[in-house]
Design a protein around this ligand. Sequence first.
Ligand code: TXA
Ligand code: MG
Length: 314
Amino acid sequence: MAHIGTDINLAKYWLTAGNVVGMPTETVYGLAGNAFNDDAVLRIFQVKNRPHFDPLIVHADSLAKIAQFVTDFPRQARQLAEAFWPGPLTLLLPKTAAISDLVTSGLDTVAVRIPQHPLALRLLAALDFPLAAPSANPFGYISPTSAAHVAAQLGAQIPYILDGGQSAVGIESTIVGFVSGQAVVYRLGGTSVEALESVVGKVQVHTHSTSNPAAPGMLKSHYSPRKPLFLSNLATAQANWGSLTFSSVLANVPMAHQRILSPTQSYTEAAKHLFGYLRQLDDLPIEAIYAELLPEEYLGRAINDRLRRAAADH
Ligand code: TXA
Ligand code: MG
């Protein structure tokens, strides 16, 4: 069973030995391994039970380190990096041979980001290699936002989880690529489209592919609880159902089965609570979960994307 602690040196020991560890970030916890070591990268896929066509994000603590394994940094990418790194933004940039095809699933771009979490940044600064890290959940399940979430599902397979408390943002990074130098959003996430547009002007959003491996990770059914999740007919909810709402309190669902994302209708508070509340609902003695979509703006848009994918199975 994984040890849980805050010892950077212990995390560094396991990573340098080619093993994988749980790593806190401001978005969600990652399952981290040496991005330059194919055995460590293979181990990540194995522990997550992740298909090899779904590539990984590479994390580093500085632009200088990233510059060593990307061949081009388009102007809009540089503007976004300056505005939002460290932070919940991932950029797709052309890679050098230092990044193996295992990391990128054969694509010629690598996904990179500088996370905004003090422990992650200290760990990355202590290493002479970047960390490949997908979210630390079994493939398809809800992403973890605490060390306990990681331990609950992957703890038996990894030696150590670096405990950085509850993830402050709570949903994954926004993924942005560049087509003819123009920013395109491939995954909605912790940096809102409005925020991106305030820096580079109008951006395209292409997040709807379902099974196209060229735009991986946008599998329609994802972020799923085990319980069926429905997005409509809150009014018909019953005693043996649970609910996830933005701010409303429902009269027809027992209070113990209700999770309210943000009583004050704050998108950032809602994002922070989203995955933890979904896990709680999944563990309650209820048959199904009703979820209410948020207004389609700012982080509400990214939260709705997660809820729609979670509902897609049913
Ligand atoms: O916030 C986050 O991004 C978290 C933390 C740990 O950093 N990580 C994360 O990783 O969400 P993961 O593996 O769960 O999601 C990474 C997504 C996948 O959907 C993958 O398909 C996409 O990034 N991706 C990675 N490399 C790509 C590439 N070269 N082109 C297109 N998509 C890529
Ligand atoms: Mg994930």
